[in-house]
Design a binder for this molecule. Structure first.
Ligand SMILES: [Zn+2]
Length: 315
């Protein structure tokens, strides 16, 4: 009897703790709701990087404006799942901006387009992204190759190239990755997207600044400290998302990514109100305390380490 009672008690504790756990595991629902109710907000869809060692999606971000998701930055693996969790609609997007064509920034594009077929959307969707070099296609060639009606691996989605058969048309726009002076890559009545070439090893890459009304939100993409044109473009941004992919001892790959001290230098130069560290992996998180110290010795503003679906409300 005593054993049965003990087993029952343990089972009840298990039930209570798992029931408690399920509600504590869903703060993302509240975060998504906060973003949908905001005037202007940034939502992190994917706060992780290419190494699959935790529960983070790869790179992806949404800008919300008056209840609608208007700008999608990057489409790494897992971002379409997070897009659904955020409550965003493909119908509402004004523009997609891709930082570069490493898989952890673009792999979910086919999944995103497949989902788009099931919407009411008919207006064109611009997709901004970098130009080419000997190892990478430019963004237009990448999209057109993927969807090529005869040879594309996703040729069944080729109507996206023309906007026929009930599909909306996607219009890739190629941006110079060597241009160190910002260009206006997209604008409409509500927002603008500025772009500048950044340095990420030998990979053609773009940093972005999204401006909604008086609010400015910068996206570093993956960049090394040689990205001299980026800080002036995002000067005094309200939010600056910076990719935190390595620790200070990973000097062997600082031609690809900023060391934490170099993230601090970027923060000091750009002076954002709020610095958000993303593209986090165990590789960088393992030394987070040391890295935050190096960043905050140089940059005195607010620093957050992003998690998937975190919402940062500006208005
Ligand atoms: Zn990359």
């Amino acid at each position: 009897m005593m054993w049965r009672g003990a087993i029952l008690a343990i089972a009840m504790i298990g039930f209570v703790s798992s029931a408690g756990c399920s509600s504590s595991e869903e703060p993302w629902k509240a975060e998504s709701e906060r973003c949908r109710k905001a005037g202007v907000a940034l939502q992190v869809l994917g706060s992780g990087g290419p190494i699959p060692d935790d529960d983070r999606a790869s790179s992806g971000y949404l800008i919300w404006h008056q209840g609608k998701a208007k700008v999608l930055v990057d489409l790494g693996g897992g971002v379409v799942l997070r897009f659904g969790q955020s409550g965003a609609s493909i119908d509402d997007l004004d523009v997609v901006a891709i930082s570069h064509l490493h898989a952890d920034h673009i792999a979910d594009l086919p999944d995103f387009l497949k989902g788009g077929y099931f919407t009411q959307r008919r207006r064109e969707l611009p997709i901004l992204g970098p130009d080419s070099n000997e190892r990478f296609l430019d963004t237009k060639a990448f999209v057109e190759g993927l969807l090529n009606p005869t040879e594309g691996p996703f040729k069944y989605l080729s109507p996206y190239l023309t906007g026929e058969s009930g599909y909306f048309k996607i219009t890739p726009k190629v941006l110079s990755s060597t241009n160190k002076t910002p260009v206006r890559a997209f604008s409409n009545d509500a927002l603008t997207v500025d772009a500048v070439g950044i340095h990420h090893g030998t990979i053609p890459s773009i940093g972005y600044l999204v401006t909604v009304g008086s609010f400015k939100i910068g996206f570093s993409g993956d960049q090394s400290a040689e990205s001299t044109g980026f800080a002036p473009m995002v000067k005094d941004a309200d939010l600056l998302v910076v990719h935190h992919a390595i620790s200070e001892s990973d000097t062997g790959i600082q031609s690809l990514h900023r060391l934490p001290s170099q993230i601090g230098d970027l923060g000091a130069a750009a002076n954002p109100k709020h610095l958000i560290l993303s593209h986090n992996m165990q590789r960088s998180l393992a030394k987070l305390e040391e890295s935050l110290k190096l960043i905050q010795e140089r940059y005195k503003g607010k620093v957050d380490v992003a998690k998937d679906l975190n919402c940062y409300v500006l208005k």
